[in-house]
Design a protein around this ligand. Structure first.
Ligand code: GDP
Length: 324
C-alpha cells in the first residue's frame, strides 16, 4: 500500500485509478487495504477545492463541466470530475454515465474523470465519493467537481461533502423544473442559467430575474456570501470565466471569514455519524436477517410500530456487548 500511496502522491494517474477501483470494491480484503491506503494519504488531503454541481438531465452539465474544466486546465490547474447518481440503483442504468461525456476534457492529461459507481446505497456512494476525493486531493488535483442529477436526495449528500454548491438551470424549464428548483435553490452558492444563447437568450434573462427574486426572499445561507446568479452558454464557452471568478471570490470570502475551515471541520465530524449509521445498519442487516423478516412482517401486520421493531433490533445488536 505504501508504494501505491507514494505513486498517488506523485500524481500518477494509473495509481489514482487503481486506488479508486480498490475503494469501490465491496470485498473485505480490498476494503481493509483501502483503509490502510487512505490513512497513508490522509496527511496529503484537504488542499483541493471541492465543488458540487447539480442540474436535471439535459440542462448542460457535461457541456458546462467540459468548458469549465478546460478553462481551469488551461490555467495549469488539475481538475477531477466524479459523479454521484443514485438513480443508477433504481433504473439499473446511469443518467450520468450512459453516454460518452466530456470527451475533450477526458483526453486532457490534467483532467481525471470517473463515472459513477453503478451500485450501492446513497450512503455507500457518498462514502466512496468522499474517499475518492481524498485520493484525488493527495494526487494534487486542485479542483474536484462532484456532479449529481437534480432529481432527489443526492443533492443534499453532495452538498454536505463540498465547499461550494453550484446549481445549473436552463431557461424555460417548465413547472417541473420550478418544483425541483425550490428545494435545491436553498443549497446553492451560485445559480447558473445555462443555454443563454440564440433563441433562449431572452428567456435566460427572464429566468435570471426570477431566480434573483426567489433568492431575495430566501434566508441568506451564509452571512459572508450573497448567492450569485450568472448566465452561461456552455456550448459557446460564454460566461464560464465569470463563474470561475465567482468561485474564487466565494473561496476568498469564506477563507477570510474562517467559514471555509469551520464548514469542513463540521462536515468531518458529521461524517463520523454518517459512517456509524451506515456501519450499524449494515451490521444489523447481516447479523439479524431472520429477525428482520419477522419484525418487518409484524410492522406490515400492524402488530408493532416501526419504532418498536427498530428498538428490538437495537437491543439484539447490543446484547452480546452487554454480557462482557
Ligand atoms: P446534461 O445531461 O446535464 O449533462 O446535459 P448535456 O451537457 O449533455 O447537454 C444536453 C443538451 O443541451 C446537449 O444537446 C447540449 O449540446 C445542449 N447544451 C448544453 N449546453 C448548452 C448551451 O449552453 N446552449 C445550448 N443552446 N445548448 C446547450
Amino acid at each position: 500500500m505504501s508504494e501505491l500511496a507514494d505513486k498517488i502522491i506523485t500524481g500518477n494517474r494509473r495509481a489514482v485509478a487503481k486506488a479508486i477501483t480498490l475503494i469501490e470494491s465491496s470485498r473485505t480484503d480490498h476494503q481493509e487495504k483501502a483503509q490502510k491506503l487512505l490513512n497513508k494519504l490522509l496527511p496529503h488531503t484537504g488542499k483541493g477545492l471541492r465543488l458540487g454541481l447539480t442540474g436535471i438531465p439535459g440542462v448542460g452539465k457535461s457541456t458546462f463541466i467540459e468548458s469549465f474544466g478546460k478553462l481551469l486546465t488551461g490555467q495549469g490547474l488539475k481538475v477531477a470530475v466524479l459523479a454521484v447518481d443514485p438513480s443508477s440503483k433504481i433504473t439499473g442504468g446511469s443518467i450520468l454515465g450512459d453516454k460518452t461525456r466530456m470527451e475533450e476534457l477526458a483526453r486532457d492529461p490534467n483532467a481525471f474523470i470517473r463515472p459513477t459507481p453503478s451500485k450501492g446505497t446513497l450512503g455507500g456512494i457518498a462514502r466512496y465519493t468522499r474517499e475518492a476525493m481524498m485520493i484525488l486531493e493527495a494526487a494534487g488535483y486542485d479542483v474536484i467537481i462532484i456532479e449529481t442529477v437534480g432529481v432527489g436526495q443526492s443533492e443534499v449528500a453532495v452538498h454536505d461533502m463540498v465547499d461550494m454548491f453550484l446549481l445549473l438551470l436552463s431557461p424555460g424549464g417548465g413547472d417541473e423544473l420550478q418544483g425541483i428548483k425550490r428545494g435545491i435553490m436553498e443549497l446553492a452558492d451560485i445559480v447558473i442559467i445555462n443555454k443563454a444563447d440564440g433563441d433562449f437568450e431572452n428567456a435566460a434573462g427572464l429566468a435570471a430575474g426570477d431566480v434573483k427574486n426567489a433568492l431575495h426572499l430566501m434566508r441568506q445561507k451564509s452571512e459572508n456570501w450573497v448567492v450569485k446568479t450568472l448566465k452561461t452558454s456552455a456550448i459557446n464557452n460564454q460566461g464560464i470565466d465569470e463563474v470561475w471568478q465567482a468561485v474564487c471570490d466565494y473561496k476568498e470570502a469564506m477563507q477570510t471569514s474562517g467559514e471555509f475551515d469551520a464548514k469542513r471541520a463540521e462536515q468531518e465530524i458529521d461524517n463520523i455519524w454518517k459512517e456509524l449509521n451506515e456501519f450499524l445498519t449494515s451490521e444489523v442487516k447481516t447479523r439479524q436477517k431472520s429477525e428482520i423478516k419477522t419484525l418487518e412482517k409484524a410492522v406490515k401486520d400492524k402488530s408493532i410500530t416501526p419504532l418498536e421493531a427498530a428498538k428490538t433490533l437495537y437491543e439484539s445488536l447490543i446484547k452480546p456487548v452487554k454480557k462482557h
